[in-house]
Design a protein around this ligand. Structure first.
Ligand code: NAD
Length: 363
């Protein structure tokens, strides 16, 4: 049983409050906006989960006592994450979970957060929940049968109408960080699950971290908006593996898909193959085509994520695929993508220089 504080009573705050309650953890949800707290109780939570859970405490952020929580979850817009995470570490919880994307592409204080987290006893996670999901884990496992990995492709292409349907109080992207790439919105930030999955598969298959990025971004720029609707990335790893990521907020119906291509076969992942169903299919050499169906609900995504954190805290998992470093690595690729697109040049990520803009070198 953990005492959990969730900062941000929005869409993800409600998902993670429900997931925490499903594990019988104590939950306090806080927000700077009283309207968000009202909406949680009267609208978001009961609409999604059938009824409001009276055991959830709702509070304005300033009224929540400090130092009383085992897990602090930061479910606010990306450009607020780092300062809230730095404050959260001072409270000395067992763990913090920061939502994705970790920060704005300017990487401000990202390296400072890493240093503080390293020096503290708090374990920090970043909420790329797909990589702890069963479908991605099955894909990675099947990928181990590939003798030589030739390339990896990941696409997260999804018109973001669904996000606004889940936020009926927003008129459109101009009303939130989503419509502003500098705040961590746009396709590059919002669908950065794709970069994170690519990086997860590459590392799992021994191909290392992404260290070269070449990007084309298509921007929507008006008086009220400034975001990338389409983000195309060519990636290269430290071990020389080349592959591709596509993220967009325009494709409908959505396509969330990955393919690991080897010289003796392939593995494919289709998220949302059918409603409530993910699929992993593969074929090796002369073997038959095989496939596995993974049924899951939206709440499962977040329950599995919290169960993973629980297992790390209990010492059952020594390493985490949603560690702060993994989230930082993903953020470096997002930042590199913007630099690459702006200069029409390939960008090298020099991890020796830390999680800073200085680590991004134009080739
Ligand atoms: N992992 C996932 O699948 C997933 C799903 C949804 C959202 N997210 C991420 O979660 C984050 C939040 O997204 P959302 O859709 O829940 O946003 P949202 O707009 O629905 O909610 C954010 C809430 O944070 C509050 N807030 C802003 N600044 C704050 C501060 N300094 N202190 C306390 N509260 C503050 C706002 O008032 C708002 O109620 C984003 O980074 C998003 O990418 C992740």
């Amino acid at each position: 049983m953990y005492n959990v504080k969730i900062i941000g009573a929005g869409s993800i705050g409600n998902h993670l409050a429900h997931a925490s309650r499903s594990l019988d953890w104590n939950v306090t949800v806080c927000d700077v906006d009283p309207a968000a707290l009202d909406r949680t109780k009267s609208q978001i939570y009961p609409t999604r989960y059938g009824t409001w859970d009276k055991n959830i405490q709702l509070s304005l952020t300033r009224d929540v006592p400090k130092g009383k929580f085992d897990l602090i979850i930061i479910g606010t817009p990306p450009d607020t994450h780092i300062s809230l995470a730095i404050d959260a570490i001072q409270e000395k919880p067992k763990a913090i979970l920061i939502e994705k994307p970790l920060c704005s592409p300017n990487l401000e204080d990202a390296e400072r957060l890493r240093q503080l987290a390293t020096e503290s006893d708090t374990i920090a996670f970043v909420g790329y929940d797909h990589v702890v999901g069963k479908a991605a884990q099955e894909t990675a496992l099947a990928g181990k049968q590939l003798q030589s990995v030739e390339t990896i492709d990941v696409e997260f292409r999804e018109y973001w109408g669904g996000i606004f349907a889940a936020h009926p109080w927003l008129q459109g992207p101009q009303d939130s960080y989503l419509g502003f790439w500098r705040r961590g919105g746009g396709a590059s930030g919002e669908h950065s699950h794709a970069i994170n999955l690519w990086q997860f598969f590459s590392q799992h298959l021994g191909k290392g971290r992404i260290n070269e990025v070449s990007a084309s971004l298509d921007f929507v720029k008006t008086d009220a908006l400034d975001y990338d609707k389409l983000c195309l990335l060519h990636l290269k790893t430290e071990q020389g593996l080349i592959g591709r990521v596509v993220q967009d907020v325009i494709t409908s119906p959505a396509r969330k898909w990955a393919r690991l291509q080897g010289d003796n076969g392939y593995v494919e992942l289709t998220i949302g193959h059918q409603p409530g169903v993910d699929r992993v299919n593969w074929k090796m050499a002369e073997g038959d085509s095989q496939s596995r169906i993974i049924e899951k609900t939206r709440p499962d995504d977040f329950i599995w994520e919290l169960q993973h954190i629980d297992s790390v805290l209990k010492g059952q998992d020594n390493t985490s695929v949603i560690s702060l470093e993994q989230g930082l690595d993903t953020m470096m690729v997002v930042s590199a993508a913007h630099l690459s697109a702006a200069n029409n040049r390939t960008v090298r990520i020099n991890y020796q220089k830390g999680y800073t803009l200085q680590a991004l070198e134009l080739l």
